[in-house]
Design a protein around this ligand. Sequence first.
Ligand code: B4P
Length: 197
Amino acid sequence: MNNKLNIILFGPPGAGKGTQSEKLLAHYQLKHISTGDILRAERKAGTELGQQANAYIEKGELVPDHVVIGMVEQVVRQHPDARGFIFDGFPRTEAQGAALDQMLEHLGMNISMVLALQVDEEELTRRLLERGKLSGRADDQDEATIRNRFRVYNNETSPLIAFYEKQGKLQQVQGMGSVDEIFYSLCRCIDNASETH
Ligand code: B4P
C-alpha cells in the first residue's frame, strides 16, 4: 500500500461535510471528491447524467450506485499524483463502500480514516433550510424533502458506520459548534492518526 492520505468525511445531510472539506483540502493539500458537487455541475451543464440525477436529488433520494461509483473512479484515476483524496458525500451505501475499497485496492491504495460528524437533526434542519434560502438549492428548501433525506440517511447510509467500525477506521467527531472548532477537532484526529502510522 502507498502512503496517500485518503479521508472519508462522513455524516448526515447538512453535517458540514462540504464546509469542512474545503478547509481540510487546503490544509493537507488533498484532492476533493464531492459526489454532490459533481452531480450539481453535471446538472448545470445540462448533461443527460445531470438531468437523470436531478430527478433523484429533488426528491431527496440517492442517485443509483453504479452512476456515482463510476464518477468517483474517473476522478481518482485522473489524479494519480494526488497526495490523497477527501471523499465528501461518498460512499453513501454499503455497495458504494465496498466498491470504493475494491477500487482503491486495485490502485494500491486504501482508506486512511473515516471521520464521522455528529450533529442532531434539529440543527441539521436549521442549517439546510438556511442554506436553501441563500443558495436556492431546491433539495434544501422543502421540509418534507429534508425529512426524506434524513430517512434515506438512516436507512441506507448509516449502516456504513458499522462497516468502517469493523475495519477499525471510524472516528466520531463532534459536528456541533463553530466551523473553526470542528475543523480543529478534525485536524487533531488526522494528525494523531498520522503520528501513530
Ligand atoms: P450533498 O451535496 O453531499 O449534500 P449534503 O449532504 O446535503 O451536504 P453537506 O453535508 O456537504 O453540507 P454542509 O453540511 O457542508 O448531496 C446532495 C444530494 O446529492 C443527495 O441528497 C443525493 O441525492 C445526491 N448524492 C450525493 N452524493 C451521492 C452518493 N454518493 N450516492 C447517491 N446520491 C448522492 O452544509 C450545510 C449548511 O450548513 C451550509 O449552509 C453550511 O454553511 C452550514 N454549516 C456547516 N457547518 C456549520 C457549522 N459548524 N455551524 C453552522 N452552520 C454550518
